[in-house]
Design a protein around this ligand. Structure first.
Ligand code: PMP
Length: 450
């Protein structure tokens, strides 16, 4: 019979898991999941876990969602995959049409890749290549924000700024210009998000002014730096950035891989600043959390800079074998259908308000320095000293203690360092949010003792 134990043993003898010090599993078990239903996962011993982090921020409408399942079963009997160069298919075309329709106006072209990091690589290469096709070969650099994260492949890692993931590989990475960011955790006492974000933009403006001639693009995660401990900022920063990029002739790349598809309260975070980036990267929620797929949306202006006779060698010759996978595109279509048929963005306002309500008590906790929220993301920052905000030493791994405690109580709350966050599927109920908050509270109590 298959049990957690037998499967964990087999797993640990052959597998190497992502983002994991495998030696940790000498002390705590890997959990083999047998099935999922809605917000719940179930392991081989029959334990259930509430998936409060949407399985790395991908799941939107629950595990084994009936509508997405049905669409995929139908697609499976029709076409699973076909080469996407020289060939096309209905699901890929329909999804591109939908994405052009629902993303900010002006994004009229859709290029498929197969994961988030790959989408970031595509956007970086396209931006560089655009300027090159225009004869501006001196534009070779990218501007990025402090504390940003854009993926783990070498280009994406280079434009990110989370030391834990980046530092080891520094000798392999291209040089980028890193600008202090608008992360509102650092605002002065009494300063608003708008004021702080506006004030911090001055450094970006100066940097653009100084380096515009050699810069292809600025890349940002709109509104929430998710992997950078769920740090947040005001839309005003994006507004200012859009006009500065126009002024200095530099592209704006919006990495909405984590924040797209309703996470920040609007379908796309850029909507809150009423801007259209030159490139928008999408993945994660794009397929409802079912299959790897990503898309880079861009403008007619960018597209036409590549459109010429073959002999001019201006084409974008980037490819991935699974670009535009038909099953993944069909899952994407089914996901967007759910948004449109059930007014999800409006419904989520109620859920976000409940998250605010259940999150409020954490403000009183003696080891919580901040509770912050943007739409369907709520983050709780644990610190050693509430007054000075001195963090717990990372070596103490307090977040991990919360994680393990919560798992023992049937909640999956994988933290980012000392930040505990709720980023649940949109099908979570009010009762489940209450349960989640209660277990998180107990977990933080447990982890911050002595
Ligand atoms: N950009 C952002 C903002 C992300 O949060 C992530 C993944 N956490 C990525 C890019 C990379 O996506 P993937 O893991 O699919 O490569």
């Amino acid at each position: 019979m298959m049990t957690n134990q037998t499967l964990a043993n087999r797993d640990l003898s052959v597998l190497w898991h992502p983002c994991t010090q495998m030696k940790d599993h000498e002390n705590f078990p890997i959990i083999p999941i047998k099935k999922g239903q809605g917000v719940w996962l179930e392991d081989f011993d029959g334990n259930r876990y509430l998936d409060a982090i949407s399985s790395w921020w991908v799941n939107l409408f629950g595990h084994a969602n009936p509508a997405i399942n049905a669409a995929l079963k139908d697609q499976l009997d029709t076409l699973e995959h076909v080469i996407f160069a020289g060939f096309s298919h209905e699901a890929g075309i329909q999804l591109a049409e939908k994405l052009v329709e629902i993303t900010p106006s002006g994004l009229n072209r859709c290029f498929y890749a197969d994961n988030g990091s790959a989408a970031v690589e595509v956007a970086l290469k396209m931006s560089f290549h655009y300027w090159r096709n225009l004869g501006q070969t001196q534009k070779t650099k990218f501007i990025t924000l402090e504390n940003s994260y854009h993926g783990e492949t070498l280009g994406a890692l280079a434009v990110g700024n989370v030391a834990l993931y980046k530092e080891t590989y520094a000798p392999l990475l291209m040089d980028v210009i890193t600008v202090p960011g608008p992360d509102c955790y650092h605002r002065e006492l009494g300063e608003t998000w708008v004021d702080y974000s506006t004030r911090r933009f001055a450094i970006m403006e100066q940097t653009l002014q100084q380096h515009a001639d050699t810069v292809c693009a600025v890349i940002v995660e709109p509104l929430v730096q998710c992997a950078g401990n769920m740090r947040m900022y005001d839309p005003v920063y994006l507004k200012l950035l859009r006009s500065a990029c126009d002024k200095y002739n530099v592209h704006l790349i919006a990495d909405e891989i984590a924040v797209g598809f309703g996470r920040t309260g609007t379908l796309f975070a850029c909507e809150q600043a009423d801007i259209t980036p030159d490139f928008m990267c999408l993945s994660k929620g794009l397929t409802g959390g079912y299959l790897p797929l990503s898309a880079v949306l861009t403008t007619d202006k960018v597209y036409s800079a590549f459109y010429d006779d073959y002999q001019k060698l201006t084409a974008f010759l980037h490819s991935h074998s699974y670009s535009g996978n038909a099953l993944a595109c069909r899952a994407g279509l089914a996901t967007i259908n759910i948004f449109q048929q059930h007014s999800i963005i409006e419904q989520n306002q109620g859920l976000a308000a409940t998250m605010t309500k259940v999150g409020a008590r954490f403000n009183e906790h003696p080891h919580v320095s901040e509770v912050r929220q943007t739409g369907m993301i709520l983050a709780i920052e644990m610190v050693k000293n509430k007054q000075t905000r001195e963090p717990f030493p990372w070596q103490e791994r307090r977040g991990l203690k919360v994680y393990q405690y919560a798992l023992s109580k049937g909640v999956l709350l994988r933290p980012l360092g000392n930040v505990i966050y709720f980023m649940p599927p949109y099908v979570i109920s009010e009762d489940e949010l209450l349960l989640l908050a209660e277990i998180a509270w107990q977990g933080i109590q447990h982890a911050t003792q002595q």
